[in-house]
Design a protein around this ligand. Structure first.
Ligand code: SAM
Length: 246
């Protein structure tokens, strides 16, 4: 089962992915935007942070369990976000955006270029003239998958029900992702009460040139690149390829 389909795994998402430097980067980028679309908003952490700061926010995600967490968080904070269960095909029904975000490496869930390009085209149409889109993808040269092993990834968190859980990743035996441009792995969950769960994932790794070509094909002429959340320029070793495109 996918990590985004099982409510027991979804319940752990925010504990495993709390607000961090990426959140701060996107909050800063939002400055002066009116309407922000968060495509692939997941559990809505960023969407709610933006709404709390007064932005009009639309959060879109295909996973009903992820959106259920998002709605509960928004409700708890009395925030008003428009939540849509869907994907980029919902964008034509959304008011024009000043900024469209795809955070948390959403770009890498698009395994084939055709689907990612269709999403980028829809994103370009969804932003008003002068608007921007922004997303990040892990830099393949930084070989993040090498740390998706039990030894490097094992950690403990507590779920919202207070249950402790040990979580680790296991990279599948596949061709070198630097060549195949894909990495498949299983995330394992072992709860203190003995329950065990696992979820398979596969992510696409694209180089900056590949991302730039897809953005250009989607109609984006201007792309600013950053290699990390401190706005450092992209180098071979940069962990991230962060694109801000208009
Ligand atoms: C790693 S989570 C990122 C969630 C959130 N943006 C964050 O920063 O934490 C990836 C999200 O992408 C969503 N997703 C999967 N396929 C998608 C698609 N075709 N279009 C938009 N979102 C998608 C998943 O449901 C999941 O919530």
């Amino acid at each position: 089962m996918s990590s985004y389909a099982d409510p027991r795994i979804v319940a752990l998402y925010d504990a495993l992915n709390p607000a961090a430097a990426d959140t701060a980067f996107y909050l800063a980028l939002a400055e002066s935007a009116g309407h922000i679309v968060d495509l692939g908003c997941g559990t809505g952490l960023l969407a709610c942070e933006l709404a709390m700061r007064g932005y009009k926010v639309t959060g879109i995600d295909p996973s009903a369990p992820m959106l259920r967490v998002a709605r509960a968080c928004a409700h708890a904070h009395g925030e008003r976000v428009t939540w849509i269960e869907g994907d980029a095909s919902a964008l034509p029904f959304v008011a024009p955006a000043d900024l469209l975000l795809m955070t948390g490496h959403v770009a890498q869930v698009f395994l084939d270029d055709a689907t990612f390009l269709a999403t980028l085209v829809a994103a370009r149409r969804a932003v008003r003239r002068g608007g921007r889109i922004a997303f990040e993808s892990r830099n393949p040269n930084a070989r993040a998958w090498e740390r998706w092993t039990p030894e490097h990834s094992r950690r403990r968190v507590s779920g919202p029900d207070g249950r402790g859980v040990e979580v680790w990743q296991e990279l599948h035996e596949t061709p070198d992702p630097l060549i195949s441009a894909r990495a498949a792995f299983t995330t394992h969950y072992r709860f203190d009460d003995g329950e065990t769960l696992s979820a398979k994932s596969e992510l696409r790794f694209r180089s900056r040139d590949e991302l730039a070509r897809l953005l250009n094909d989607a109609g984006f002429a201007q792309i600013d690149w950053y290699g990390n959340w401190d706005c450092a320029p992209v180098t071979d070793e940069s962990p991230e390829l962060i694109a801000v495109a208009s």
